[in-house]
Design a protein around this ligand. Structure first.
Ligand code: AMP
Length: 243
């Protein structure tokens, strides 16, 4: 892959200690797409709180029942509910020894502070690499975000993400990998999108300042081609661009 050639690495990426990697960015910034790449290259799990919540909604769990109507309005689910769900996933997955990617978490200052405390406890048990997260903020212009969100489709079977404007499947509406019929997320309709972007600006954008002040923020221009964004992310994780 082009992005891989762009970053020379002397170590096997599957042995690197990544620690907690936070991908920050508005809905549609490409966090999910980059997470999937990072997950495959480094062999660490992508933990998307949105995916975990949607799974709970599908299964009709207690969390799912409470979260469903909040998510349909494009608002944020209460911090404590998401924090408990996330801690359970990190601790019971059996796949987080070298690190994990947080996609969609933290989304509020309270969640960021909770995560700091949580990682401090992890660093005592698992070593110093965990003490501070690596934070990568992917920034994308507003109009571009709208097109990405309204055009987003995903495969319910393998999770691959498409965009009908920028990265359409070979056959309309069908996944290239397994032929499943692609789906549109319920909250990717225009009305809910605008609510989600407002929630992002109000509650999540201030997190970039929080992490900048701590010296752990890396910014990547998400308006570039996907491969270029990926190369920038790899540069941060492998080439010592990490703070
Ligand atoms: P996402 O897939 O990350 O866009 O998340 C979809 C929806 O799930 C959001 O609009 C929220 O309603 C909810 N959600 C996901 N992650 C969080 C979080 N960290 N805190 C609160 N709500 C969340």
């Amino acid at each position: 892959m082009q992005a891989e050639a762009a970053v020379a690495t002397l170590v096997d990426p599957q042995t690197l200690m990544i620690g907690a990697l936070i991908l920050l960015g508005a809905p549609g910034a490409g966090k999910g797409t980059q997470s999937k790449f990072v997950s495959t290259r480094y062999g660490i799990p992508q933990i998307s709180t949105g995916d975990l919540l949607r799974e709970n909604v599908r299964k009709g769990t207690q969390i799912g029942i409470q979260a469903k109507s909040i998510m349909e309005k494009g608002q944020l689910v209460p911090d404590e509910m998401v924090e408990d769900m996330l801690a359970r996933r990190i601790e019971t997955g059996g796949d987080t020894d070298r690190g994990f990617i947080l996609d969609g978490f933290p989304r509020t200052l309270a969640q960021a502070k909770w995560l700091d405390e949580y990682l401090k406890k992890w660093s005592v048990r698992h070593g110093q690499a965990w003490a501070a997260p690596v934070v990568i903020s992917i920034t994308v212009g507003y109009n571009q975000l709208l097109r990405r969100l309204t055009g987003r489709r995903s495969c319910p079977t393998c999770g691959r993400i498409y965009n009908i404007y920028f990265q359409p499947p070979r056959i309309a509406d069908l996944c290239d990998n397994d032929g499943s019929k692609l789906i549109t997320r319920r909250d990717d309709c225009e009305e809910v999108i605008s609510e989600r972007l407002k929630a992002y600006e109000r509650q999540t954008l201030p997190l970039t300042e929080y992490y900048r002040a701590k010296g752990s923020l890396h910014e990547v221009n998400g308006d570039q081609a996907t491969d270029e964004v990926t190369a920038a992310v790899m540069g941060i994780l492998e080439n010592g661009d990490r703070l």
